[in-house]
Structures are given as structure tokens and as C-alpha cells.
Write a protein that binds this ligand. Structure first.
Ligand code: NAD
Ligand code: MG
Length: 395
């Protein structure tokens, strides 16, 4: 059992995490994988069940007040349990061959960066890592010879289309977006939509926050910035198309007029399985795409008036520096306020736009993020400004 692949999953109890555990179990479980670390948040019961099933060495809950309960579920199993942010960062320093980064939001950034400092492959679902710390992540990967393989379905698709290709020969890439639950809703009705309606994604089963981000198209905005960093492409080389069926995940358009697309049913286990077995492919027992079953594949132009979040993402790329950190942090604050019903759906856009414009006027974005501390200083500053805007409706 010595040559088993060493695995850690950060955020194993979330939507991506649960799918990752499922892929591991379908791919041989503990016979093939030596699971070093599993981490979660409040759902410590599930975390313990996963750890027992996969015979993990260590479980970490992000929240110290959940440690005793976590310990009670794993009593007698020999599994070690820790809690808190520091424990999480230390766990990310344990070398693994393969690490899944699937904590939601900015909370997942440090874990991803720490893992990159310790070699191996980082399967990156946490898009905030690239959006907020893309330059640093790439630098660390190069320095420590670790490999980033994207798990976001669109970026996994681009990554797969680019295998064996020369990035210099790429004219543009196209990311698809389902359009979410409000694709056809008249724009003036958007101000009334509830968080529960926004969380009801038509095609993908995902965590609540990313589902609402899909409805507001902030998710696609983050993905545009993520693609810019991952593949070193300028904003004008990244297109977005609405594709309600979510079958074509992304396309790469080459200089010779040829386009390569990656397709599949909307199931994140496909991108997770690809990253798990990279650079090989391994049999995965999930539903196959059947072209004859699909009545049509349709595409529509995106309307920046309907989705200011997407227009702002291109501004973020042009601004550079800490604009990605600010975009994400303000979005997270506005999203939290929307989930708590303190603001309406459209207020999320005005909050992000106002803070970015305010900082742009102060020439803030000329500063590059060089270190993790600078990234989190910017994150904090953007959250303070967001709170002021959300309270006073001005800055
Ligand atoms: P989720 O909300 O379902 O799960 C989040 C995980 O992070 C859980 O394990 C939770 O316990 C943990 N967590 C929450 N707050 C934490 C904190 N403060 N510290 C440490 N851990 C914490 O989220 P998800 O849908 O699985 O998404 C995870 C990441 O993957 C996000 O960045 C998302 O954008 C990205 N992603 C998700 C999907 C998807 O299909 N769900 C697709 C592409 C990319
Ligand atoms: Mg995606």
C-alpha cells in the first residue's frame, strides 16, 4: 500500500468536496489513495463520516467551537482532529501528491497558496485563489515545481482543449454560461428576486453562494478573471456566451480558424476525475453525454446591461493590481448582505461598481499584490468600504 497517491481535500463537505470524495470512492478508495487531510466547516458529522470511510489521517474543522463534536464522531478511530485557521494552514503544509482546494470564497486562498509551496498537484476549484492571487500562485507553482490543474468546469475544459497545443497560437477562448434562473426575466423584475430563487440553478447542483453568484453572473465574472490568470490571456481574448444547456463547457479558437470545444453533461465529477488522474485519463462511472438525447445546443450573446458583474470583470482585468481582490471581497460582502435580505439583488452590482470606481479615482489599483499579506490587507480594506456603502448607500 506504499505507492498509494497521497491526497488532501480542503472543503470536503461542500458540493465540490462531496463530489471529490465520491470520485475517490468510485476510483478505488483507500486501496488507491492515502488520504492525509480532510477539512470542513460546520458540518462535522459529514466530515467525520468521510474521514472514517476514506481512513483519513487528519480532519480539520475551520471552526474551533465544532472541535469537540467532531472528536466525538471519530472517537476510537485513530483519526486526529484539529480546528481553526492556523490548523488548516498547517494541514496545507503537509506534502501531498494531490490536493483539492474547494473551500468557498477568500477563506480558501491561503490553503491553496500553502499547498503550492509544498509541491504536488493542486486541483483548483476555489476560483478566488486565481482571481485574488493569480500572479503569486503562478510564481509559487514555478518556484516549488507544483502543478495547478483547474477544476472549474470551464477552465478544466480550456485546459483540456489546450493539451498539446501552443498557447501562442490561440486567438481567443469562449467560456459558456447557463444564464442561471433569471436569464429570461425582464430586467426590472430582477430587483425583487429572493435569495432562494437565485440559489435555484437550472442545470448544476452547487453550493448556495456559487449558485447565487451564477444567477448574478458574478460567478462568470470571477471565471473571466480566473481564465485571464490561468492561461495568461488578455481580456479581449476571453469571450462569454450564454449556453442554457450547459453541455459545451468552453471552446478554444485558434489562429487558423479551427475551434476545439470540450463537452459533457453538467457533472463536476468529470472535471474532478480529470484532475485526479492527470496527466492520464481513468475510467469514471458517471453518466455519458448522448448527442441524440439532446434536442439542441443553443448560444446567445451576453447582455452587459443585464449583467454589470460581467462588464466589471473586464474592467478588473484592465485595472490589474489588486482589482481582483477588491472585486471578490466586495462581492462576498454584498452577497452576504443579499442572503441576509439586507439588500436587493441589483444592489450587489451597485456595491461592487461603487467601491471599484471609488478606489480607481484614488489610483489604488496601480499597486501590485506582491505578498499574501498585501492581498489580505486589500481584502480587508475592500470589505470595510463595502460595509460603509451597504450602510450609508454612498462612500
Ligand atoms: P460549498 O459552499 O458547497 O462548500 C464550501 C466548503 O468550504 C465546505 O466544506 C465548507 O465547510 C467549507 N468552508 C466554508 N467556510 C469556510 C471557512 N471560513 N474556512 C474553511 N472552510 C470553510 O461550496 P462549493 O460549491 O463546493 O464551492 C467551493 C469552491 O469551488 C468555490 O470557490 C466555488 O466557486 C468553486 N466551484 C464550485 C463549483 C460547484 O459546482 N459547486 C464549480 C466550480 C467552482
Ligand atoms: Mg464554472
Amino acid at each position: 500500500m506504499t505507492d498509494r497517491k497521497q491526497i488532501s481535500i480542503f472543503g470536503s463537505t461542500g458540493s465540490i468536496g462531496v463530489n471529490t470524495v465520491d470520485v475517490l470512492l468510485r476510483s478505488g478508495g483507500e486501496k488507491r489513495f492515502n488520504v492525509k487531510v480532510l477539512s470542513g466547516g460546520n458540518n462535522v458529522k459529514l466530515l467525520a463520516q468521510q474521514a472514517i470511510k476514506l481512513r483519513a489521517g487528519l480532519v480539520v474543522t475551520a471552526f474551533p467551537n465544532r472541535l469537540e463534536e467532531l472528536k466525538s464522531y471519530i472517537k476510537g478511530s485513530g483519526i486526529q482532529a484539529l480546528a481553526g485557521e492556523e490548523a488548516l494552514i498547517e494541514a496545507a503544509c503537509i506534502h501531498c501528491d494531490w490536493t483539492m482546494s474547494s473551500i468557498v470564497g477568500a477563506a480558501g486562498i491561503k490553503v491553496g497558496l500553502k499547498s503550492l509551496e509544498h509541491g504536488g498537484l493542486l486541483a483548483l476549484a476555489n476560483k478566488e485563489t486565481m482571481v485574488c492571487a493569480g500572479d503569486l500562485a503562478k510564481k509559487l507553482a514555478k518556484k516549488h515545481q507544483s502543478k495547478i490543474v483547474p477544476v472549474d468546469s470551464e477552465h478544466s475544459a480550456i485546459f483540456q482543449c489546450l493539451r498539446g497545443e501552443n498557447i501562442e497560437e490561440v486567438e481567443s477562448i469562449t467560456l459558456t454560461a447557463s444564464g442561471g434562473p433569471f436569464r429570461n426575466l425582464p430586467i426590472d423584475e430582477l430587483k425583487k428576486v429572493s435569495p432562494d430563487e437565485a440559489a435555484n440553478h437550472p442545470n448544476w447542483s452547487m453550493g448556495k453562494k456559487i449558485s447565487i453568484d451564477s444567477a448574478s453572473m458574478f460567478n462568470k465574472g470571477l471565471e473571466v478573471v480566473e481564465a485571464h490568470h490561468l492561461f495568461s490571456l488578455s481580456g479581449d481574448m476571453i469571450d462569454v456566451l450564454i449556453h442554457p444547456e450547459s453541455i459545451v463547457h468552453a471552446l478554444v479558437n485558434f489562429y487558423d480558424g479551427s475551434t476545439i470545444a470540450q463537452m459533457g453533461i453538467p457533472d463536476m465529477r468529470s472535471a474532478i476525475g480529470f484532475a485526479l488522474n492527470y496527466p492520464d485519463r481513468s475510467f469514471l462511472d458517471i453518466k455519458r453525454m448522448d448527442l441524440l438525447e439532446l434536442s439542441a445546443l443553443t448560444f446567445e450573446k451576453v447582455d452587459f446591461n443585464r449583467w454589470p458583474s460581467l462588464r466589471l470583470a473586464y474592467t478588473v482585468i484592465d485595472l490589474g493590481g489588486s482589482a481582483g481582490v477588491v472585486y471578490n471581497a466586495v462581492k462576498e460582502e454584498a452577497l452576504e448582505a443579499y442572503i441576509n435580505k439586507e439588500i436587493g439583488f441589483l444592489d450587489m452590482y451597485s456595491c461592487v461598481e461603487t467601491v471599484i470606481e471609488y478606489l480607481e479615482c484614488k489610483n489604488h489599483f496601480t499597486n501590485k499584490n506582491k505578498s499574501i499579506d498585501e492581498i489580505f490587507e486589500n481584502d480587508k480594506m475592500a470589505r470595510t468600504l463595502s460595509q460603509k456603502y451597504l450602510k450609508d448607500k454612498s462612500l
